[in-house]
Design a protein around this ligand. Structure first.
Ligand SMILES: Nc1ncnc2c1ncn2[C@@H]1O[C@H](COP(=O)(O)OP(=O)(O)OP(=O)(O)O)[C@@H](O)[C@H]1O
Length: 241
């Protein structure tokens, strides 16, 4: 039997005014799962992702490998269960600046991919994100261009490549990760992500994935969850929309 990486028990989240977006959400994420999270626009998919990443307040309990996020420390938890937002346009500086900044956070250290040698106070950057992005058609020079001067699709691929290539995440929470990509590039990225979960070379064990593209869900999904105001329902691939 596969081991549950994440267990979500009676999770609920409310708007600031107090009315619930969803409540009584229960499910587990197991090794090898690619969970497609579905639901109407405004049903709370992104909010649920942010709760799972401990970026939103919530009621209920989340267990990662049997322990609460607080027991790991929230910054470390967020590198293991990592949310990748749909848009990066508000980030300052360049992708390389961003990678340098997060590489200096202690929560991103102590992972196999990071060369522990330092030059002065600068952590040596892992080449893996650049390699991953390269496989998705991102030229090296784009790492030194401001986020705001990248196309939506370039920024989206770079942000995703950083999340995968930093090699700290066991679970990636992907919020419409290919929404800005053309169909061919989207399939290239999909195949890579599915391959990483299967091979496990980067330590990635599972993905929770929001997509509005039915065909994409069918291609990559191993499980299908639909969010409603009263919880999530597991659906078969055939009934998934
Ligand atoms: N900070 C907030 N303040 C008030 N309402 C919020 C806040 N964040 C989210 N909401 C509301 O919560 C509901 C769920 O939003 P969410 O973005 O999670 O939906 P979604 O299912 O991801 O939607 P979409 O498919 O359109 O991206 C929406 O009604 C949204 O307006």
């Amino acid at each position: 039997m596969t081991e549950a990486i994440l267990q979500i028990r009676d999770l609920g989240c409310s708007r600031p005014q107090g009315d619930p977006i969803f409540e009584h959400v229960n499910f587990s994420v197991n090794e090898g799962d690619i969970v497609i999270l579905q639901g109407k626009s405004g049903s709370g998919k992104s909010t649920l992702m942010k709760c799972l990443a401990h970026l939103n307040l919530y009621d209920g309990e989340i267990f990662y490998r049997g322990q609460t996020p607080h027991s790991y420390g929230i910054p470390i938890y967020r590198t293991r269960v990592q949310y990748v937002p749909q848009r990066t346009s508000l980030l300052p500086g360049t992708p390389r600046d961003f990678m340098r900044a997060i590489s200096s956070f202690s929560s991103f250290k102590h992972r196999p991919s990071l060369d522990k040698q330092k030059v002065g106070n600068q952590p040596v950057l892992s080449d893996k994100p650049i390699e991953v992005a390269g496989a998705w058609g991102i030229e090296h020079e784009l790492w030194d261009r401001g986020w705001g001067d990248l196309s939506g699709g370039e920024a989206q691929r770079i942000a995703l490549a950083i999340a995968v290539g930093m090699q700290t995440a066991e679970v990636l929470l992907l919020d419409e990760p290919t929404s800005a990509l053309d169909p061919d590039t989207s399939e290239t990225v999909e195949k890579y992500l599915v391959g990483e979960v299967k091979k496990g070379e980067t330590g990635l064990k599972a993905i929770v994935w929001i997509t509005h593209f039915e065909e994409q869900g069918r291609r990559v999904g191993t499980r299908f969850l639909r969010i409603t105001p009263n919880g999530v329902q597991e659906e078969s691939q055939d009934s998934a929309v």
